[in-house]
Design a protein. Structure first.
Length: 145
């Protein structure tokens, strides 16, 4: 059975995740992107495929349906951040690549995200350690026995 301290660490961790997500959304908005568009740029750049991911690959990475990914790519392409490139070996396949502008914006967002994660790292570590002491200020009053 989980201990009070484990519940407290789980709550603190989830709260930090939500705060990070909210901060990330604001960072994207400051650069004229939606949170989903930022995630798309990251999925394209981080795919690790030489030719670039397909829309299906991006849909898998973002955990959305293919048609949702297609619409997101369309809107992001209109902003000049991604481009579709036909596969040289199979013209039915289309790969996604970041444009120069897409690379620049993603690099800016990645720089601030890595900085924020470095800042949060020392705080997150104890939350994940099952043997850690309770987080100060997270004690609950009147918990049932």
């Amino acid at each position: 059975m989980p201990t009070d301290a484990e519940y407290q660490r789980l709550l603190a961790f989830r709260t930090r995740l939500r705060r990070f997500d909210q901060w990330s959304r604001q960072a994207a908005e400051q650069r004229g992107l939606t949170h989903a568009q930022h995630q798309l740029l990251l999925a394209v750049r981080g795919s690790g495929t030489g030719r670039g991911p397909t829309i299906g690959d991006v849909a898998d990475a973002l955990m959305v349906k293919h048609h949702t990914a297609t619409g997101l790519v369309d809107r992001t392409q209109e902003l000049g951040l991604v481009e579709r490139v036909r596969d040289a070996d199979d013209s039915r396949r289309v790969h996604l690549r970041l444009t120069r502008k897409g690379h620049r914006i993603l690099r800016e967002l990645t720089d601030v995200h890595l900085e924020e994660l470095r800042r949060l790292g020392p705080m997150l570590g104890p939350m994940l350690d099952p043997l850690a002491e309770p987080i100060p200020g997270s004690e609950q009053v009147g918990t049932p026995d």
